[in-house]
Design a binder for this molecule. Structure first.
Ligand code: C2E
Ligand code: CA
Ligand code: CA
Length: 642
């Protein structure tokens, strides 16, 4: 009697696995797809095995059914191994490339073809198995050939996996090898004790183990959208980097995502996330074998294409995605307009390494803006990302070695027809990289917290200047100092600022702090308290970058602001008629609130006359002067006054 219980257990385990796979939406992508095929194949094999055993254990009289059942079982069982190899190939991303790829692919199916031929011959000649007079299943003289062929497959698979051993962590190794180990032990047991049908159970357990250790679904697939996650993307990129295989990527960044996101409710936000994912998914479905979609975060998506995808195809996909995403998108009852930025990139060729790639992706839409689909190689400046990779050390060194210098940009008072204030702007000269722009290092310093020290350095230098003899001769009313949001949220900001003034014998009215609008945050209360307390101590505030991003009129009216600074982007567009109306009315509104206006980034005489005629109070920009080192700034003002 053959024992069917092992097979039944195997079947139960595999059905549970199938339920998990479907529930967790592990259906997209090559790794998941091959796992699914492997699982389904094993389920069918087990069912056929159970059928064969029932026939064997039952009464005589069904010789044909027995032949079919056993042949089918052996065939299916042998097909499992090549599918397992394909799974390993997907897992290690070691697709068959190179000029011998068709040969290798052919070889993969050769043993299985041999088995198929043998099974057909077996119908006439009792080589693999036969039914004796009592219709009992017995192994034929060539039966061991099946084992030899299976061994060839296992060796093939091992070589494939071993070649990529470096890209695997311990967990994956243990799982894959114990999987193969289970199968081998089970084969030996079943070879020696044919009544114990343990092979399928071993297979089921191996699959269970692999699903738990290797697949790690929660890391790879976003349960909600069914897209691959950020972690999955990083894994893939590190992998591609190590192997120097040039993946073709299409990076998509919804540049106004944050702004849209602030206006939406949780529910709408979810709908938007789903909608975008579905749109991309539906679109790339046509090439599902070749394209995989990753959802990073903050409205950033990546389509990963195979390395041999022709460039024309990549460009056309990128353009179509761009067109598709520009269309108004309905989220429930509201419609949102997305501003997508789409970039094509070969990785690692175009950007070098995965960390630079991450910085680059963050830059798209922020520092790299364009309305056209573009190539990374046209905008990627290696130096920038080299700096970003090292930025924390660079800042530490600069603080230690006192490398920060404050420059001053004069600000012209329209009423007084003279320069009456200036903005302090920080400069960093690094021995290795030269001047590093603040737009690059300030955000990094905000992330690392170094901004607190840097802010203190700036305030110290400014106060030292204000307290100096030469400053008094310049006739300036005050200096504008930039204050990062991170500084504004510090609990002891007020004490630190006031201490600095005291130390330099500077009064609160000598400095104007420039702050920027921010989204509502947990720490907003701290920020508001700081601003109000400093205001009560006599410090005035300017609102920087007005006209960019999210304008909360409520908030502007509730903060003690003396000055609003119109952002350069408004000035750049001031030639357009519709923009003129916006600017005119904005200026009226600010004046009605009793605040003064500084116009930033004025570069031409035409802009100057335009903003003067709009009755703006102060003008700042290259038209008058770039930011200057302290000595040159003093010289500039003395020169203008004299
Ligand atoms: P911001 O506060 O908006 O500063 C104005 C920027 O516009 C400065 O760039 C200035 O050099 C530039 N600018 C002024 N006039 C013109 C013009 O006519 N044309 C053009 N194209 N640009 C003009 P900068 O110095 O590179 O600073 C960039 C940003 O870095 C600043 O933007 C500010 O957000 C930040 N930053 C600079 N210094 C400090 C600082 O001491 N502390 C903090 N927290 N942030 C700072
Ligand atoms: Ca500023
Ligand atoms: Ca500004």
């Amino acid at each position: 009697m053959k024992l069917v219980y092992f097979d039944v257990s195997a079947l139960l385990v595999m059905i549970i696995l199938l339920a998990v796979v479907i529930y967790k939406k592990m259906l997209r992508g090559n790794i998941n797809r091959y796992f699914l095929v492997l699982l389904c194949l094993s389920i069918v094999t087990t069912l056929v095995d159970i059928w064969a055993v029932m026939l064997d254990n039952g009464s005589a009289g069904y010789p044909y059914s027995k032949y079919i059942a056993h042949s089918l079982y052996l065939l299916l069982h042998n097909a499992t191994t090549p599918v397992f190899i394909l799974y390993c190939t997907a897992l290690t991303d070691s697709w068959f490339v190179g000029k011998h790829r068709y040969l290798v692919k052919g070889l993969l199916w050769l043993p299985l073809s041999v088995v198929t031929v043998l099974m057909v011959i077996n119908l006439r000649m009792p080589l693999i198995f036969y039914l004796d007079e009592a219709e009992h299943y017995s192994r034929g003289p060539w039966f061991p050939i099946l084992y030899v062929l299976a061994a060839i497959y296992v060796a093939f698979g091992l070589v494939k996996v071993l070649k990529s051993w470096r890209y695997f962590d311990i967990g994956r190794w243990v799982a894959l090898f114990s999987g193969i180990g289970f199968m081998m032990v089970a084969s030996v047991v079943q070879f020696l004790l044919p009544e114990l049908l343990v092979e399928m159970l071993a297979g089921a357990l191996a699959l269970l183990f692999i699903l738990m250790m290797v697949q790690r679904p929660e890391e790879l697939i976003d349960n909600e959208t069914g897209l691959f996650t950020f972690t999955a993307f990083m894994n893939l990129m590190y992998h591609a980097e190590n192997r120097s295989r040039n993946k073709k990527l299409i990076l998509i960044s919804v540049t106004n995502y944050k702004r849209i996101h602030m206006k939406l409710s949780f529910e709408q936000e979810k709908v938007l996330g789903f909608g975008l994912s579905d749109m991309l998914f539906e679109y790339t479905k046509n090439f599902h074998e070749r394209a995989e979609i990753y959802h990073l975060h903050n409205g950033r998506f990546v389509v990963v294409l195979k390395e041999d995808e022709p460039s024309i195809v990549v460009v056309s996909i990128a353009k179509q995605i761009h067109e598709m995403m520009k269309k108004p998108f309905s989220v429930g009852t509201t419609e949102v307009e997305l501003l997508p930025s789409v970039c094509m990139l070969k990785f690692p060729k175009d950007v070098g390494d995965a960390d630079s790639l991450m910085h680059f992706i963050e830059d798209i839409g922020k520092n790299i803006r364009t309305d056209e689909v573009f190539f990374a190689r046209d905008v990627f400046r290696k130096e920038r990302y080299d700096i970003l990779l090292e930025i924390d050390e660079i800042l530490e060194r600069a603080i230690r070695e006192r490398k920060f210098k404050v420059y001053y940009q004069p600000i012209y008072s329209v009423d007084e027809q003279a320069f009456r204030t200036a903005e302090a702007l920080i400069r960093l000269y690094d021995d290795k990289y030269g001047f590093i722009p603040p737009d690059l290092f300030i955000p990094a310093a905000e992330k690392s917290g170094a901004i607190l020290q840097i802010g203190q350095i700036v305030l110290d230098q400014v106060c030292e200047f204000i307290a100096s003899e030469e400053y008094r001769e310049l006739g300036l009313h005050y200096i504008e100092v930039n204050m990062s949001v991170v500084q504004c949220m510090e609990e002891n900001l007020v004490d630190e600022v006031m201490d600095t003034f005291d130390r330099h014998h500077v009064s609160a009215g000598d400095v104007n702090l420039e702050i920027t609008e921010t989204a509502v945050s947990d720490e907003q209360q701290v920020m508001d308290r700081n601003i109000n307390n400093l205001f009560n101590e006599g410090v005035c505030f300017s609102l920087d970058d007005f006209g960019t991003g999210y304008s909360n009129i409520h908030r502007i009216a509730s903060l003690p602001l003396s000055i609003i600074k119109l952002d350069k982007t408004l000035v750049d567009e001031s030639g357009r008629q519709s923009m003129q109306i916006v600017i005119e009315n904005t200026v009226k509104m600010i004046k009605a609130l009793g605040m003064k206006i500084v116009v930033e980034g004025v570069e031409t005489e035409q802009q100057l006359t335009q903003f003067i005629s709009l009755r703006c109070d102060y003008i700042q920009g290259y038209y008058f002067s770039k930011p200057l080192p302290r000595d040159e700034f003093v010289e500039f003002l003395l020169d203008k006054a004299g």
